[in-house]
Design a protein. Sequence first.
Length: 454
Amino acid sequence: MRPAPTILHLDMDAFFAAAEQAAKPSLRGKPVVVGGLGPRGVVATASYEARRFGVHSAMPMAQARRLAPNAAYLVPRFSAYRAVSEQVMELLGRLSPLVEPLSLDEAFVDLEAGGRAWDSASAREAGERLRRDILATTGLTGSVGLAGSKMIAKIASEEAKPDGLVLIEPGTERELLGPKSVRILPGVGPATGEHLRRAGMTTVADLAAAGEDELVRLLGRAHGASLHRMAQGYDDRPVVAERDAKSVSVEDTFDVDLHDRVRIRMEVERLAERCVGRLRASGHSGRTIVLKVRRFDFSTLTRSETLRGPTDDLGVVREAAGRLLEGVDTTGGVRLLGVGVSGLADYTQEDLFAQAAEAEAVADAAEPTEAAAPAAEPEPPRERRWAAGQDVRHAVHGPGWVQGSGVGRVTVRFEEPDSEPGRVRTFFVDDPDLEPADPLPLVRDGPTEAAAGA
């Protein structure tokens, strides 16, 4: 614990939804929901206008539509969010060499390590300057928490939302935490929270009063002791500049359960290819191949195979995932598939090609499976699909975004981040003048010298 509030926690406000409102002038001030739009989609982020209707993250999209039928429902545009995140992280890097990103829109910063703060006044000044710089650079707002520990700084940023700053003076932690729910503490999820409730502990003050021995008895040595310390406001975790990845994985949830084993095998191979692409992009290789299968009844199976050494070879990963699939009963249907690689390293094994040859030999020696069945007749070309929120450009009307599509037509609103709300036009889905486009920057010009100042 530090004697000065020099640990900063930044959390961008309703990040995905706010980015969509900034990019689309016609949606400003209106409820916006970003997430999967299929029948099994879930909400990734809801704007504050949508939250007034009870919509929140991780809610099934079908439920969100019932609560806020007139909201704008958009697919995520991760390339746009990453571009904004990079701008924000660059600003954080100017404050300190110790920046610990938690996600695209959230990070801890050690202001003391950057020489930017040494007491409450300098910490508050650094936090307010950061908020101004983020707004000038991205057009979006972020909330800032300042405290003597990571746990309290994160709680402070939550209290600051939206678009605010809260500084919690070291020494006042117990007073702050006492009346709050036990769920506010890191590591207390729904299951642990319910276990504590049954034991008569619902507030942080209850945990502190119970004592370490009682919490250890209920939760085990490591978790119980850690929770007791946090209940008293103690958290000495440092800000870590680089968080080593432990695994790389990708997964897909399907709108309709998959029953065809050939199709399931094809999806696993496609996921393996995406996973290896991410693995190589991160500069890693891995030893353990993991297959995840969620079946029609929501039961989830995980199977893994550990190789002799780390690899980033697509053939090796694909064949290993295929072998794992052969051991999984998919009768009744599959709603989710995932492929991952763990046991990461920054090199590949010398006998990489021997592994690939071995995998190929195993596949050749195996009994014929459904995956080797004759290919089905090729499907006719599908009509072009346009997702709500997707960036497009028309040869005549310029940049815009998809409001919706169906029955062979697509509706587009033509506007830009710095324009007035634009006009809506409808086209055939195969209109040759309409093409997908890259996201436009939310702020045309970068930050001024003052905003980017030291």
